[in-house]
Design a protein around this ligand. Structure first.
Ligand code: DX5
Ligand code: ZN
Length: 217
């Protein structure tokens, strides 16, 4: 599979979201990456169900919902009903991640687990059998436009090794500080999905930037 590009709408223009969604619909973007923040797990608050429902009505592309919220099990069904195709929860934010991942799958959504830069890949051993995707944060979550943390590359290597032992397809997504300089090395190291916010929405020609990320190697 060639890699996928998932623009993060956190950096989109919320006063004219429809225009940015139309641009993404016309573009080579594969997924929409939607960052939900509760002001508790991360020091920022973004958006929730109402916005996701509206986005669902405006695109047929796959909705990748990244939950940066404490105790996400409280809201899994509502995110699925709002239109999520994949729901990712943070290992650090959840009391029983394996159980929550099972619930996501029982709702007929894809299940993703996320770890912060400071969390070692080893903790994923207890949940890897329950996931469709692992998201490695390459910045501390909460804000767009931060710099990529190079330590991510070692974590990708460790994760790929863990996935090989599972003998089934588990996607690897990286999120935070991805740009036209580091994207090729990420894909070459085995990343399946590149999330990008600032690189796309702050560029002079977002559609062209998506094309470049999609054809980076
Ligand atoms: C950060 C979010 C990211 C963010 C990425 O907490 O999870 O998805 O929007 O933005 P950039 O690509 O600007 O680092
Ligand atoms: Zn994200």
């Amino acid at each position: 599979m060639s890699h996928l590009v998932a623009p993060s709408l956190l950096s989109a223009n919320f006063l004219n979201l429809e225009k940015d969604i139309e641009m993404l619909n016309q573009s080579e973007a594969d997924w929409f990456h939607l960052d939900v923040m509760d002001g508790m797990f991360v020091p920022n608050i973004s958006f929730g169900f109402a916005i996701i429902e509206k986005i669902r009505k405006t695109t047929r592309k796959f909705l990748d919902v990244h939950l940066m919220i404490v105790d996400p099990e409280r809201y899994l069904e509502r995110f699925k009903n709002a239109g999520a195709d994949l729901i990712s929860i943070h290992m650090e934010a959840c009391r029983n991640p394996a159980e929550a991942l099972k619930t996501i799958r029982s709702l007929h959504a894809k299940a993703g687990i996320v770890i912060n830069p400071a969390t070692p890949v080893k903790v994923l051993e207890s949940v890897i059998s329950e996931v469709d995707m692992v998201l490695l944060m390459s910045v501390n979550p909460g804000f767009g436009g931060q710099s990529f943390m190079p330590g991510t590359f070692d974590k990708i290597a460790g994760l790929k090794q863990m996935i090989r032992l599972q003998q089934r397809d588990i996607l690897v997504e990286v999120d935070g500080g991805i740009d036209l300089q580091n994207a090729a090395a990420l894909v070459e190291s085995g990343v399946d999905i590149l999330v990008a916010g600032n690189t796309i929405f702050a560029s002079a020609d977002p559609m062209k930037t998506i094309h470049q990320l999609k054809n980076i190697c």
